[in-house]
Design a protein around this ligand. Structure first.
Ligand SMILES: [Zn+2]
Length: 402
């Protein structure tokens, strides 16, 4: 008996061991196939990316937050969770040109009757300058909105995309104020006037496609460094880039008070007005679009220029009489809505707002969102979005009543 037990026991142990091995191998394979682990990995990567998106390239961090790792991970995430997944990207603090392309396509597919977009032309580095319409493209009256005219102020793009999505959602649901507004006017938006500057600020030199422009930017860096504009290594200097890829400040390149603007005397990361008014493709595309609409008999009711930073509203380019009254009123309306301060001093010359007011007779106000210095930390996006939530509706109420 004892002997028999002794011979059976090792046999049973071997069987048990074999079963355990088989079972663990099956479980491992099932996990790999059904993918709870891979799901967790995706989630972790997304969370990491969101966290990184919330980091701002500040003085001390510079371009560290734009390491190639981020690029690779962003590309991977795009492949995994891009358009197919149906997710909007406008909650990202670091919102790229590619994010914009993805969201525009999705908005058009989600709101085919209320949203359309097109390219108005190409930037210096060959990116599209998109313009989209909320409402009917046949509408005679237009509210014009521009964002990301300055590269490092790219937080203004996801801001206007969020405003757009909210407006479209409410209009589609039949909310009287929103649907009614779109029967009387349309909102036309240039969400990224300076896609090259945005890309340069977010991704550094490797974001620029043209070898000639990359060399030019390096030489601008050298001259800015020599002039003491910013004494930082190249990779930490580029996040602060405001200009287009030619080193021209698009908001100092418009044909209004251009002669009297001084600023920088050579191409620079900021404040160089160019060799002549509208020397830059982006300026010509934007002002050309306005002229074309006006020429076609459309009325541009108002031009709202979104910039960052300072929580301040600029309206003054030397208007007098009725125009001054109107601009003061509009600035105050925006201040009441956003709680930003109205600045009474004249804005820098040759801005797009100057051009709208002085050359085209279109009322225009520049709104600077956010606290601190651009590029603003991504976590400010939701605060800024809530401050500006009622901005478009408030302006539209005013113009519908006027
Ligand atoms: Zn700006």
């Amino acid at each position: 008996m004892t002997k028999k037990q002794n011979t059976i026991k090792p046999y049973l142990l071997w069987v048990l061991l074999l079963c355990a091995l088989l079972l663990s191998s099956c479980v491992a394979q099932a996990v790999q196939e059904t993918g709870p682990e891979s799901g967790t990995e995706t989630l972790t990567r997304d969370t990491e990316e969101q966290t990184r998106d919330l980091e701002s390239p500040t003085e001390t961090e510079g371009a560290e937050s734009k390491s190639p790792d981020t690029e690779t991970e962003r590309a991977e995430t795009e492949t995994e969770t891009g358009q197919e997944s149906g997710d909007y990207r406008f909650e990202r603090g670091v919102y790229s040109y590619e994010d914009l392309q993805s969201d525009l396509a999705k908005l058009e597919s989600d709101f085919p009757d209320l949203f359309s977009y097109a390219s108005a032309g190409l930037s210096a580095d060959g990116r599209e300058l998109y313009v989209y319409t909320v409402g009917s493209p046949d509408s005679k009256r237009i509210l014009l909105v521009t964002a990301s005219m300055h590269g490092r102020e790219y937080l203004t793009t996801p801001l206007v995309l969020q405003q757009t999505h909210r407006f479209l959602t409410l209009a589609k649901e039949g909310a009287q104020e929103y649907a009614g507004a779109l029967s009387e006017l349309s909102i036309c938006v240039f969400p990224m006037v300076n896609p090259d500057g945005v890309t340069l600020s977010q991704k550094g030199l490797e974001g620029i496609r043209s070898e000639t422009l990359r060399k030019k930017i390096q030489s601008i860096y050298a001259s800015d460094y020599a002039a003491g504009v910013m004494n930082l290594p190249l990779e930490r200097y580029l996040p602060y880039w405001k200009a287009n890829a030619n080193g021209v400040d698009l908001n100092r390149n418009c044909d209004a008070l251009w002669e009297q603007y001084r600023g920088m005397q050579a191409p620079s990361m900021a404040n160089f007005k160019g060799t002549e008014p509208a020397s830059e493709p982006e300026t010509r595309i934007l002002t050309g679009w306005v002229k074309e609409k006006v020429g076609a008999g459309k009325e541009i009711l108002f031009s709202l220029c979104m910039h960052a930073q300072g929580e301040v509203i600029y309206w003054n380019c030397g208007q007098s009489g009725e125009s001054k009254e109107l601009h003061l009123h509009l600035a105050q309306l925006i201040a009441d809505t956003t709680k930003y301060a109205v600045d009474m001093e004249p804005e820098n010359d040759a801005s797009f707002s100057d051009w709208c007011v002085l050359e085209m007779g279109i009322p225009a106000v520049t709104v600077e969102v956010g606290k601190g210095s651009a590029p603003l930390p991504g976590e400010q996006l939701q605060v800024i979005a809530s401050q500006n939530r009622d901005l478009w509706p408030a302006l539209i109420r005013f113009f519908r009543a006027a």
